[in-house]
Write a protein that binds this ligand. Structure first.
Ligand code: 3PG
Length: 205
């Protein structure tokens, strides 16, 4: 799968922080049961790498990407455990080079026109726009669409169920991401019914 195939499978990508390996399987099942296909599992907890295969086994239809990728080592670690794509919060030139060299489907993170142009020059057409709301949100993305009409964004950061539809109608938005579908508190509480319900709502956007 290339990044276009992956983005075509998702309007909403839940951004996940897995606190314990025990939560990986039920979380994956809840998101899949709710109708979501693509997830970003952040590399922010000790069990994140191990969780990829556990989630994949629990929900084989999920397309699992690894987020919070900052270095070439992170890319390798994510690919070694079977991540289908990688996502970064920002993109240094070093990281852009490493993403290209890896050949992994990637969403490099950008927050400005200059960063988007730098990533585009490196060969990327789809990017994570992060942190979406603090960086200017919908009005900023509308402003980018004129001069950068050939770049598509996956805005993430501060987006809620209420705000998501207003992003999704923008012509330069491929999908939106966020933690609202599976909030940390709900994962820690094992509230899989709530997460499944959130996923179902998100899948209908
Ligand atoms: C991310 O890593 O993409 C963000 O932290 C998710 O942002 P949110 O928690 O504001 O949705």
């Amino acid at each position: 799968m290339n990044i276009d195939d992956i983005l075509a499978a998702a309007s909403v990508i839940p951004v996940l922080e897995i606190p314990t390996i025990e939560s990986a399987a039920p979380l994956a099942k809840a998101l899949s049961a709710g109708g979501l296909r693509v997830v970003e599992l952040t590399l922010r907890t000790d069990c994140a790498l191990k969780a990829v295969s556990v989630m994949q086994d629990a929900a084989p239809d999920l397309i699992i990407g690894m987020g919070t990728i900052r270095t070439a080592d992170d890319i390798k670690a994510a690919c070694d455990v079977g991540s289908s794509f990688v996502v970064s919060p920002g993109a240094s030139l070093t990281l852009l080079d490493a993403l290209v060299a890896s050949g992994a489907p990637s969403l490099p993170g950008v927050a400005t026109a200059s960063e988007a142009m730098t990533a585009f020059d490196a060969g990327f057409v789809a990017m994570k726009f992060f942190p979406a709301e603090p960086a200017g949100g919908i009005s900023y993305l509308k402003s980018l669409a004129g001069p950068l009409p050939d770049i598509v964004f996956c805005p993430t950061g501060g987006i809620s169920a209420e705000k998501a539809p207003n992003y999704l109608v923008l012509p330069n938005v491929a999908c939106v991401g966020g933690s609202w579908i599976a909030p940390k508190a709900a994962i820690e509480a094992g509230d899989w019914a709530k997460i499944e319900a959130n996923a179902r709502n998100a899948a209908q956007l």
